[in-house]
Write a new protein. Structure first.
Ligand code: GRF
Length: 205
């Protein structure tokens, strides 16, 4: 059950995966944590937990070299699953094809709302608040060639309060992200996720 986690930011989703390994909920081996930018605190979280932490700086390398380097590096770990945990670079179609059906992503909205190009981090929550939705949430999905368009695994609705700011809404949703992503990883390795076209069927055991 080898997993490679791709990160870009603070790594609270990575931390929730690590915590769930330590608690015994997840029976996986986090083979490596790879960031597309230096200084991502997620790399420090990996180091603090004895997990190989690699930075492949997209800005310095440029998209072409970055894509090639990322694919090579991830392939070398022979992962059974690639998890995007707050990862902000769009994967190359080559990468997606290579790991088809074995890449999952967490997005902090109820896809297909407030997702796709330009919707990341607090922009997602600002858009939801500005639109005036009463409910937002988070989505864990398989990654396909599009952006935030792959078959949905789990979703969790979260109430938007009248006085919410992007920060307060982000914090409330993040708590559910930290539960939903490890659950999706567990179900994946238990063979309980069956993709049929656009739908993911979840078997009970
Ligand atoms: C979170 O909102 C997550 O939904 C999105 O990236 C943000 C930061 O995640 N994918 P993390 O704290 O770096 O895991």
């Amino acid at each position: 059950n080898r997993v490679v986690v791709l990160v870009s930011g603070s790594g609270t989703n990575l931390q929730s995966i690590i915590d769930n390994v330590n608690s015994g909920y997840l029976n996986i081996d986090i083979a490596a944590v790879i960031s597309d930018r230096p200084g991502a605190y997620a790399l420090e979280r990996a180091r603090l937990n004895g997990i190989e932490a690699i930075c492949i700086p997209r800005k310095e390398l440029g998209k072409q070299n970055f894509d090639r380097k990322l694919l090579e590096t991830v392939e070398a770990f022979k992962p059974d699953l690639v998890v995007l945990a707050g990862f902000l670079t769009i994967l190359s179609s080559e990468f997606v094809e290579r790991f088809q059906g074995k890449i999952i992503n967490i997005h902090p909205s109820l896809i297909p709302s407030f997702c796709g190009k330009g919707y990341y981090g607090e922009r997602v929550h600002k858009a939801a608040i500005d639109y005036g939705v009463k409910v937002s949430g988070c989505t864990v999905h398989f990654v396909d060639a599009g952006t935030d368009t792959g078959p949905i695994i789990f979703q969790q609705a979260v109430e938007v309060k009248d006085d919410d700011t992007p920060e307060t809404l982000a914090r409330r949703i993040l708590e559910h992200e930290h539960r939903l992503l490890p659950k999706a990883i567990k179900y994946f390795f238990e063979g309980r996720l069956k993709i049929r076209g656009r739908k993911v069927y979840i078997s009970q055991s």
